[in-house]
Design a protein around this ligand. Structure first.
Ligand code: ADP
Ligand code: MG
Length: 250
């Protein structure tokens, strides 16, 4: 197990990852490399394994076979401190998962203060800076139910960023939003990309997946069936199943 982070190699690497739930194989032989400061989008039908892949990358699911590296450190090594690994990865899910009984600011400063030992003043200053950046400066003192869905999801992104993650995993973060609120959340992801944040995101927003991706992976039945640049996958897909999926959805 390498203790020194390898900052020159891929930020995230998955090799021959296999994940089963009971008898069903949900990921098989998944290989993935995510270079620093790049965006990888995962596309594919419901049930193809996108969420499971993200959950395995964050060690929320234990893999059955294969290995995963973060900054060159094998994080699936049983000796690794899983909590420490998760602290380096920010995650945002489909449903805004802010705590309803805490203000936006309290939601955002919770992990930095409790998990990372940052003092209150510093945690709040950083939270306010991020809230300003994501256009939520005026919402720090509000409770989540006073925010629109788009604002809640942006606040959830701020919360994920508050621990200064190396890598951000975004799972269908616009799927639960009214259509008119999708754009403001996608704008945040665009801004993060421009700032150089490394991201892996599962999305049904194909236009967005194409626009923002340095790498697109098409998942089908737990396999990354096809991968390439956005231009390759959307403009000239090689696999019949990819073609069929894109015809149906675009
Ligand atoms: P996607 O995000 O692409 O829709 P998922 O990763 O959620 O796909 O699911 C992939 C497959 O794994 C599906 O068949 C789903 O039913 C199954 N699955 C996901 N999580 C579990 C679980 N905790 N237990 C059993 N089966 C699961
Ligand atoms: Mg999913």
């Amino acid at each position: 197990m390498s203790r020194n982070p390898d900052l020159n190699g891929p930020m995230l690497r998955m090799e021959s990852v296999r994940k089963t739930f009971g008898d069903s194989v949900v990921l098989r032989d998944v290989d993935l490399e995510v270079a620093p400061h790049t965006v990888t989008t995962l596309i594919g039908a419901s049930g193809s394994g996108k969420s499971t892949l993200l959950r395995c990358a964050n060690l929320l699911e234990e893999i059955d076979d294969g290995a995963i590296w973060l900054d060159g450190e094998e994080i699936t090594d049983p000796r690794v401190d899983q909590d420490a690994v998760r602290r380096r990865i920010g995650v945002v899910f489909q449903a805004y998962n802010l705590f309803p009984h805490m203000t936006v600011l309290e939601n955002i400063t919770l992990a930095p203060r409790r998990v990372h030992g940052v003092n209150r003043a510093e945690a709040e200053a950083h939270a306010r800076e991020l809230l300003d950046r994501l256009g939520l400066g005026a919402k720090a003192g509000e409770y989540p139910d006073r925010l629109s869905g788009g604002q809640q999801q942006r606040a959830a992104i701020v919360r994920a960023l508050a621990v200064r993650p190396r890598l951000l995993l975004l799972d269908e973060i616009t799927a639960a939003l009214d259509p008119e609120l999708v754009g403001e959340v996608l704008n945040v992801v665009r801004d993060l990309k421009n700032d150089g944040m490394t991201m892996v995101l599962a999305t049904h927003e194909m236009g967005f997946a194409r626009e923002v991706a340095d790498q697109v992976c098409f998942l089908d039945g737990g396999v990354i069936l096809e991968r390439g640049s956005a231009e390759d996958i959307f403009g000239n897909p090689q696999q019949e199943r990819t073609q069929r999926f894109l015809r149906r959805i675009v």
